[in-house]
Write a new protein. Structure first.
Length: 551
């Protein structure tokens, strides 16, 4: 009997291995390790564990339409600044499914998005600790050429504690349909016109457990979108409505929410122009009405601000989208001055101009009784803004390759940020800053490159923490090694003892799909933002190692 069981087990393993060998396996892994020290100068404390670790590995399998995958995660404990809702090691993501030309079904965990994401975006961004993946079922149909229908049903991940996922209190259900009219109508297929249209509906169910208010247990959000393009021009827009959704975010009022985003642009060789406008009112939408910060968000408010990468611009005064209300505008112009001209030089010169701003929506309260039982506290209209400025950013960037060895890039940023609204520091009112950056690259030879940055930030009337400077030098041996050193200094702080320097050094090695980086130094306290979503990062002093590999 034991021999029979052994033979049966061996046969099962052989069949399983043979089946797996017919498909493809892919994935990636990442580990970030920190060892931190006490630093009284910047109020950095060494955690009790001294060492912190974030780690995960994704494995995906495909075979003739069948798909399956999983992600193992470990937070032992989570790295500094990461949400404390991530702890332990275990299976954090798993799914099975099947896909062909007609159908794509996934059971388990999945990510998806409807349109721009205003009423539904399930996504992951490990850099800032966001993972609101769905746990349930996703079904996509392509019943006709140019037609895609999506449905989703499940709960969102709230936390990962003791090595297990914890999901939100509410259930999320949604459907989305998109039509590419160029594919649907053969006469349009070869036309210079391009037309896409879509519509979405999302509903959340959450039990009414409030003893003082009558809360809607089912809250719906719906909207439509349209994209038109003709040769070098395009315009697209999306409009959404959210039904009454009393929540912690809006103070449990019963106003409807609404949002609209419009983008228009023109592009040709050497020139690109994009104009955008956004009006958002009471559009915070979560699968738990009592949640806050970045927890279990169903909808996503796309930012209308340039994504900055330079140290002082990206970390000191960033902007986070305001889901409860903002009227925002952005203009982006990219132009390449022709090579061979006096201004363009031998290789041409790249010039980019960007302007973005955001205001509080105008909310009319006259004639409305805030104590009325309806709890509808104001009226508002799309793109009707008040005089209260949230944010303004005007910046210009000029990049020119002087010869085969030298490339120079210069940037200027003028940023005004309302700290009474964004609350990034202890300062009051508008903080206006001027930032200049000079970025120079020297190509020593085919493999060796040296790059240096000098950055300066000055606030009007020396407000908040005053003046800053950053210097960076980077040496690259392509394609294997890179070395860098960066010094951020708050040299102009009005308080003399707070004129602190933040030095850091990095070294890294790349082996094809494998990358290892080691860094040591002092990290400034502040906000880390990606795509208009931010998380607080405490001050720290210590060693950080990161390892990534794809297969």
């Amino acid at each position: 009997m034991k021999l029979i069981k052994l033979l049966a087990g061996s046969a099962f393993l052989f069949v399983s291995f043979n089946a797996l060998s017919q498909g493809t396996i892919s994935g990636n892994m990442e580990s970030t390790f920190q060892y931190l020290n006490d630093d009284d100068k910047i109020n950095a404390e060494q955690p009790d564990e001294k060492a912190l670790l974030n780690s995960y590995i994704n494995v995906n399998y495909r075979n003739s339409g069948f798909k399956a995958g999983m992600r193992l995660e470990a937070y032992l404990p989570a790295i500094l600044g990461y949400p404390d809702r991530f702890d332990g090691a275990g299976l954090g993501y798993r799914y099975v499914g099947y896909e062909n030309d007609l159908i794509d079904v996934t059971v388990g965990n999945f990510y998806d998005q409807f349109g721009s994401g205003l009423i539904f975006r399930s996504y992951e961004d490990r850099a800032i600790g966001i993972d609101n993946m769905m746990n349930g079922i996703s079904l996509k149909l392509r019943p006709y050429k140019g037609v895609t229908i999506k449905t989703v049903y499940g709960r969102q991940r709230f936390s990962f504690m003791d090595g297990k996922n914890q999901y939100s209190a509410g259930i999320v259900r949604g459907a989305d349909a998109e039509v590419n009219l160029n594919q649907w109508f053969p006469k349009l297929e070869n036309s210079d016109f391009r037309i896409n249209a879509g519509a979405s509906f999302v509903s959340r169910y959450q039990e009414d457990d409030n003893t003082q208010l009558i809360l809607p247990e089912n809250t719906g959000a719906y909207g439509g979108r349209l994209e038109l393009a003709y040769k070098k021009f395009f315009i697209n827009g999306e409009y959404t409505i959210k039904e009454q959704d009393p929540s912690q975010d809006n103070g449990y009022i019963y106003n409807y929410g609404k949002g609209m985003i419009i983008n228009a642009g023109y592009s040709q060789k050497g020139l690109g122009i994009i104009l955008s406008a956004k009006s958002i009112d009471n559009m915070s939408f979560r699968s738990d009405r009592n949640a806050s910060l970045t927890d279990v968000t169903i909808g996503f408010i796309p930012p209308l601000t340039k994504t900055h990468t330079y140290n002082l611009v990206a970390t000191l005064y960033p902007y986070a989208s305001q889901p409860n209300g903002e009227v925002a505008f952005q203009a982006d112009v990219i132009y390449k001055i022709k090579r061979g001209s006096w201004l363009g030089g031998k290789y041409g010169t790249d010039v980019s101009l960007n302007f973005s701003t955001a205001y509080e929506p105008l909310k009319k309260t006259s004639g409305i009784d805030a104590m009325d039982s309806t709890r509808v506290t104001y009226e508002s209209k799309l793109f009707d803004k008040s005089d209260l400025l949230y944010w303004r950013d005007m910046n210009v960037n000029i990049k020119r390759k002087l010869n085969r060895k030298w490339t120079v890039e210069a940037s200027y940023f003028n940023i005004s940020m309302n700290n009474d609204v964004l609350k990034l520091t202890d300062a009051k009112g508008i903080i206006q800053s001027h930032i200049g950056v000079l970025d120079v690259e020297y190509k020593i030879n085919r493999k060796h490159t040296l790059r240096a940055e000098v950055q300066g930030l000055w606030t009007k009337n020396n407000k908040d923490r005053g003046s800053w400077a950053t210097g960076l030098i980077e040496y690259t041996i392509s394609p294997d090694w890179f070395f860098s050193a960066i010094l951020q200094s708050n040299y102009g702080n009005p308080v003399e003892e707070d004129r602190i320097n933040y030095p850091m050094v990095f070294v890294g090695k790349i082996w094809g799909a494998t990358r290892l980086q080691v860094g040591y130094g002092r990290q400034n306290e502040g906000l880390f933002c990606v795509g208009g979503i931010c998380r607080e990062v405490p001050a720290s002093n210590g060693l950080t190692m990161s390892f990534t590999h794809s297969f």
